[in-house]
Design a protein around this ligand. Structure first.
Ligand SMILES: [Cu+2]
Length: 439
């Protein structure tokens, strides 16, 4: 091992800190609240008991807790949620505590957990703890392990988490799942994983069928027109940040109707865990696309070696786009036998209905209209940098948002100076890291 590394550990501060509702700068909050490890302890490899590097769920808050003796107590409310999934599209989803996906629960392996659950949905529901080895009374399956929780009623779950890994909670009713009733349940290991990571991020994959001019997902539909990471479509997804030379963990969770091959640009990764916990290092091999099946979690890790804004996206072509039908409203989309001028005027009229910067399209060939199949991606660029601006987008190339659609985000691997410039915009104190690899 060469050099030293500075690590940040979380103590109980993140919990019960009322983070919920400060979703905008959740990561900033986390970074602010994580006390730095004392200098003299830097070489120590085991985090102090009860501490861990928390996972950040971009665009979704953490669920706060209170302690009752040694029991970690969480409050979860199932309720309808309005979710803005794109600058021009807000849907009526269902979720938890005003969030869809629900807020992230983070515990420590060995914790005793109590969840006081309240149902404010118009129908009965329950909470299932996906992947956790807990007594049958806590399994959250209506009629099998408990009576359904009626609207207005409360129900208390309590169990000990003996596992480590990436789990989730969800309603155990298919249509409610498709309305968005899902959230992360992360159990941090008693002994930190090796090698350690400097950044830990979580993404929940969801798909939605929402007709134009409608706001309610059609949960019976098999055709999905909106694809989201953590409840938002690109370019509204908040870019992940990584300091150049750091090690990054990415936990990807899928609870929908489709399987998603998630691809990372510019880096290779290894799969270090599944929905069942950590995988032995002997099973790791290089990849850059991981298929995340329904009801699965895949945990990948990589060294952020190359500076740049690297895409992370589902590679299914139809999952790399947003539905534009909402912008068209009741007008037919013009895709065939059209002239450049007609297409342009349609795009311009779309752009007028939302605060986008309408880009002039990328160049087309002079004889484009005589080529069967034209147009495909021509005319589709829509820049909306200002609409989706946030500290994490600072410094991206102009019109970056025109290249971002659907189930897509990016990881910005940044040299110290640029990384710190963004932290400063998030009002996070500068936190230099002397990271070196443990080899
Ligand atoms: Cu996909």
């Amino acid at each position: 091992m060469s050099g030293t590394r500075r690590r940040f550990f979380q103590d109980a501060a993140i919990f019960g800190a009322g983070l919920l509702g400060m979703s905008e700068s959740l990561q900033a909050q986390n970074e602010k609240r994580m006390p730095m490890r004392p200098r003299e302890a830097r070489h120590e490899h085991t985090p102090p008991p009860g501490t861990f590097l928390p996972m950040t769920t971009p665009d979704v808050a953490d669920l706060p807790h209170e302690m009752d003796g040694k029991v970690r107590v969480f409050q979860i409310v199932a309720e309808p949620v309005k979710r803005k999934i794109a600058p021009f599209k807000t849907i009526d989803a269902w979720g938890y505590n005003g969030s869809c996906p629900g807020p992230t629960i983070q515990v420590h392996q060995g914790d005793r957990v109590r969840v006081i659950f309240e149902n404010r949905l118009p129908e009965s529901t329950s909470l299932h703890w996906h992947g956790l080895e807990i007594p049958i009374e806590q399994d959250g399956v209506p009629y099998i392990s408990q009576k359904p929780v009626a609207p207005g009623e409360k129900y208390v779950y309590e169990f000990t988490v003996h596992q480590e890994g990436t789990f989730f909670y969800h309603a155990h009713s298919a249509m409610q799942e498709m309305m968005g009733q899902i959230g992360f349940f992360v159990s941090h290991p008693e002994k930190d994983y090796r090698p350690r990571v400097d950044h830990d991020y979580g993404l929940i994959l969801q798909e939605w069928a929402v007709l134009p001019s409608n706001t309610v997902p059609n949960t019976a539909s098999m055709e999905f027109n909106w694809l989201t990471f953590n409840g938002v479509s690109a370019p509204m997804t908040t870019p992940l940040l990584a300091r150049l030379g750091s090690r990054v963990r990415l936990r990807i969770l899928n609870l929908g109707m489709d399987h998603h091959p998630v691809h990372l640009h510019g880096h290779q990764f290894v799969v270090t865990g599944t929905e069942g916990g950590r995988a032995p290092q002997s099973t790791w091999y290089p990849m850059n696309t991981v298929l995340v099946g329904v009801a699965q979690a895949r945990v990948v890790e990589f060294e952020a070696k190359y500076p740049g804004a690297w895409m992370i996206h589902c590679h299914l072509p139809h999952h790399m786009m947003n539905s534009m039908m909402d912008l068209l409203s009741d007008r037919p989309i013009e895709t065939a036998d059209q002239t450049d001028m007609k297409a342009m005027s349609q795009m311009e009229s779309l752009a007028k209905s939302v605060p986008f910067e309408h880009l002039h399209h990328a160049p087309i060939a002079q004889n484009a209209e005589s080529v069967p199949g034209f147009p495909q991606d021509a005319f589709m660029e829509m820049g909306m940098d200002e609409v989706v601006e946030k500290p994490e987008t600072y410094g991206l190339p102009r019109n970056w948002s025109a290249g971002m659609m659907g189930m897509m985000t990016m990881i910005r691997v940044l040299p110290d100076k640029e990384y710190e410039a963004i932290l400063a915009r998030k009002n996070v104190p500068s936190t230099p890291m002397e990271h070196r690899h443990e080899s």
